[in-house]
Design a protein around this ligand. Sequence first.
Ligand code: ADP
Length: 160
Amino acid sequence: MKTAVYPGSFDPITSGHLNIIRRAANIFDRLIVCVMVNAGKNPMFTLEEREALIRRVTTDLPNVEVDCSNELLADYARRRGSCVIVKGLRAGSDFENEFQMALVNRKLNPELDTMFLTADSRYMYLSSSMVKELGYYGAELSDFLPEEIIPDFQKKLGKL
Ligand code: ADP
């Protein structure tokens, strides 16, 4: 059974993330979406809230599991019996950083490979931080966030 891990901060999960999850779940037997604790970021949603939002939008995907971790990704993947990390690659900015992380993770865990799925053209420039910015200015969000979580997002912004 091939298990892959899709890590990220998912603050919150966007339609771009969900597109990667659906495609990766079609490729692997099991996909673990893991919300990683990132000390450098000041999140809008707590870890538990982010996990719950991901669970809600992936209920129709039986081989997707949602988890969170504050471990090194290379250690987490080893512990969960996964030898593949899935990453989404957007236009421009992602490449350098992701390339470096893939090499470091492989150094830390030589059995670990990173596979990149190219972002869908609709979501090529979409990031959680951009959605937060748009939300702040009251923009229409249905092209960027899964419908089921828009009320949670508006509530967090204090706009509901
Ligand atoms: P963000 O950069 O939006 O804060 P995360 O840190 O949660 O995102 O990203 C987790 C993973 O999802 C990374 O591999 C990132 O490149 C990928 N990703 C983020 N947004 C998109 C998108 N719109 N399309 C495809 N992949 C994406």
